[in-house]
Design a binder for this molecule. Structure first.
Ligand SMILES: [Zn+2]
Length: 158
């Protein structure tokens, strides 16, 4: 058996503690492979016996406890909403400002005044998508806000 062939079969082994006969025969005759194989087997056994997995678990626990101890997002809730609203406002204002932009004026020269309709549709669509995102991301805050409204409080009393 050639050394290459030997290592090919040696690497595909599941269990290094007991070698097939044909590999043992090659090991007896080839000192180079014997040295390489024993080095490889030792490092594999060392890897298996080391408790790297336990370390991983405890690290995960440490990280999770750190995450749990972080202040919840509740105090920052209003600030987050403010951010979302200001970005939405920027989009909304820019839908009007875009008609004064150079590229819009350039497009208007080509397509004429009709351009305003598809442009408004697209920007309105973008704004709607953004609004859906806001609702999705801040669902809890919105639900709390709605239930705090007087109208809904009255409904709940009945
Ligand atoms: Zn060999």
């Amino acid at each position: 058996m050639k050394c290459e062939k030997f290592f090919e079969s040696f690497m595909s082994l599941e269990d290094y503690s007991s070698l097939p006969l044909r590999l043992k025969i090659h090991l007896r005759s080839c000192p180079d492979c014997r040295k390489e194989a024993s080095l490889f087997r030792d490092s594999m056994l060392e890897l298996q016996s080391s408790n790297s997995f336990d370390l991983e678990i405890s690290m995960g626990a440490v990280i999770m406890s750190e995450v749990d101890s972080l202040p919840s997002s509740q105090p920052g809730g209003k600030l987050t909403i403010l951010k979302w609203v200001s970005v939405g406002l920027i989009i909304f204002v820019s839908t009007f400002l875009v008609t004064y932009s150079k590229s819009y004026l350039w497009l208007e020269q080509i397509y004429g005044a009709k351009l305003i309709v598809p442009m408004s549709l697209v920007l309105g669509f973008v704004l709607s998508i953004y609004f859906i995102f806001v609702m999705g991301a801040n669902y809890r805050e919105f639900a709390r806000g709605v239930s705090n409204l007087r109208f809904f409080k009255k409904l709940n009393l009945k």
